[in-house]
Design a protein. Structure first.
Length: 293
């Protein structure tokens, strides 16, 4: 009612328009300030605390906070790992938006990510993060927002208190297999042997390709001019690692359609190919390791 009366005042005739805009901004300030106050109050109470979730959670267990859209007492999420109600987590922060509150959670217990490399099964510990998106009718109504969060999350000052809760599901990260250190050592030895064999095979291929190109080199002037340009184009080729060298493939640069002859184009590509193979050989010679290492 008060705002309706204000609009009847001369200031809301938008004369001048800048004064009208200023008045509108001033009217919007209380709502914005209220949302900011709600976020500050929630973070002061919840941030850094530990919670036990009363609803299921989902996470890909990577470096991102995965979306969990709250639907009543359930969640909707595309994350691949599912956790039963009772999961313990630390509140990283809370964000307040219009009609929604986001609770960022770091699950206290991670998971083991299973991968396979040759005959070996390997495990990598992963941490799991969740962005719990909670719809609220009025995100500026701090008491009601807190009541809704309390329906979903049981707040505790520390992890010990959270673990003492009857609501905690007791989940722990699964342990590494027995004698897993021996598995890692055996995998490292196997990987060195595999890499050694792959490097030797790629060296042989590079030598054969360089020899084939050298057999095709001829003294026609246009061809030799293109060949020299191709060598110059690829002369600074380098590889960041043995893996990148092994996985690389030659892709010629175009002459750019600059009206060069067919012989020049052929020579240019041959020069690039030869420079690439020589650079590859330089890189691979540093990758040759005894199979026992």
């Amino acid at each position: 009612m008060f705002q309706r009366d204000l609009r009847q005042l001369p200031i809301f005739s938008c004369q001048p328009r800048s004064l009208c805009l200023l008045a509108a901004l001033l009217l919007a300030l209380p709502a914005a300030a209220s949302a900011a106050d709600t976020e500050s109050i929630l973070n002061a109470k919840w941030r850094g605390g530990f919670v036990v979730a009363r609803l299921p959670l989902a996470s890909d267990c990577n470096s991102f906070y995965n979306d969990n859209d709250v639907r009543g007492a359930q969640i909707d999420s595309s994350a691949r790992r599912r956790f039963k109600p009772g999961e313990m987590a630390r509140v990283e922060r809370i964000g307040v938006k219009r009609g929604r509150v986001d609770v960022f959670l770091d699950l206290s217990e991670g998971v083991l990510d299973e991968t396979h490399d040759g005959p070996f099964t390997l495990y990598e510990p992963k941490t799991c993060k969740v962005q719990l998106k909670v719809p609220v009718p009025d995100s500026k109504d701090t008491p009601k927002v807190e009541d809704r969060l309390a329906e979903l999350l049981e707040l505790h000052p520390g992890d010990r208190e959270a673990m003492a809760s009857s609501a905690w599901n007791g989940r722990r990260r699964e342990p590494l297999p027995k004698d897993y250190e021996k598995t890692l050592a055996a995998h490292a030895a196997w990987k060195a042997t595999e890499t050694h064999s792959a490097v030797q095979a790629r060296i042989g291929q590079a030598i054969e390709e360089a020899a084939r190109i050298a057999d095709h080199v001829h003294s026609e002037p246009d061809y030799m001019a293109g060949f020299g340009a191709g060598l110059e184009k690829e002369r600074d080729r380098s590889f960041a690692s043995c893996e990148s060298a092994l996985g690389s493939s030659f892709i010629p640069y175009s002459s750019g359609g600059r009206g060069k002859s067919h012989d020049w184009d052929r020579g240019n590509e041959d020069g690039q190919r030869l420079a690439y193979q020589l650079a590859l050989l330089r890189a691979l010679k540093d990758c040759v390791l005894p199979a026992s290492r």
